[in-house]
Design a protein. Structure first.
Length: 263
């Protein structure tokens, strides 16, 4: 007969949250390019997040955020863009403009995979180039309710955002940039000025560009996950965590001149 302590332990384990389980999966973009991705789908997940890395990086950058989202009951897929990480290489190196344009389809393939997992509302989170790709991929995807852009640019590698933000319409948009990333900060301010729906712009005092902000500002990761959890905007209860404070600098309402970084 099991001891009282053993019975208590089994009850405690049964009530404990499940450890995040991610599986390596293969996706195929609309043009046939094979992509590598990591997928985690908690039981009965209705919300899902697509994580899109910045140029020259890979899906592993998102591991910590992916764990937190999964722990909140949110499905997660982090994709390696073509020519990055474990995805199939490109025909030419370095990438040509057509390769970057095609990466929008890579993000759509990740959205489609979440939809296949019965996810009904999707958030797309992208850093730098990934931010530009994310907003463009969301345009024709009705399931996308949120786009979060970390250090977006008006133009990264020919992927333009100004028209995309306007066409994104009344859906929810988050833009985060750091003051010491001059191009990203100025681009973010202009894009925020064209947003039409629920939108928020946070300008950090410092932190660099893209994923560097998450390393430079430890509170940003939890803040981002919490922000997403409180902005699903459906009639159902959404998973949410406390949103910590992050240091920001006052925002200017003017539209500064923007000089793109070297392509």
């Amino acid at each position: 007969m099991p001891s009282v302590f053993a019975l208590l332990a089994s009850v405690a384990l049964a009530g404990a949250p499940s450890k995040p389980t991610f599986t390596n999966v293969s996706l195929q973009s609309a043009d046939g390019h094979v992509l590598a991705a990591s997928l985690g789908v908690p039981k009965a997940a209705k919300y899902g997040v697509v994580l899109v890395h910045q140029g020259g990086r890979n899906k592993e950058d998102w591991l910590s955020i992916a764990d937190k989202l999964y722990g909140d009951g949110v499905a997660v897929i982090a994709v390696d863009l073509r020519g990055h990480g474990a995805s199939a290489p490109l025909a030419e190196s370095p990438p040509v403009p057509a390769d970057y344009a095609a990466m929008v389809g890579d993000v759509r393939a990740a959205i489609d995979r979440l939809e296949a997992e019965k996810v009904t509302r999707v958030a797309v989170v992208g850093a730098e180039l990934g931010a530009n790709l994310g907003i463009n991929a969301a345009l024709d995807e009705d399931s996308v309710a949120i786009v979060a852009m970390l250090s977006p640019g008006l133009d990264y590698k020919g992927v333009i955002t100004s028209d995309a933000v306007k066409r994104y319409g009344g859906r929810t948009l988050l833009i985060v940039a750091a003051s010491d990333d001059t191009y990203g900060a100025k681009s973010a301010a202009i894009l925020d000025g064209t947003a039409q729906g629920i939108h928020e712009f946070r300008l950090l005092e410092s932190g660099g560009r893209g994923m560097k902000m998450l390393s430079a500002e430890p509170a940003l990761e939890g803040w981002l996950v919490g922000w997403i959890g409180t902005h699903w905007s459906s009639g159902e209860a959404a998973p949410a965590r406390a949103v910590p404070a992050i240091p920001t600098t006052p925002l200017s309402t003017s539209a500064p001149a923007v000089t793109p970084p070297p392509q």
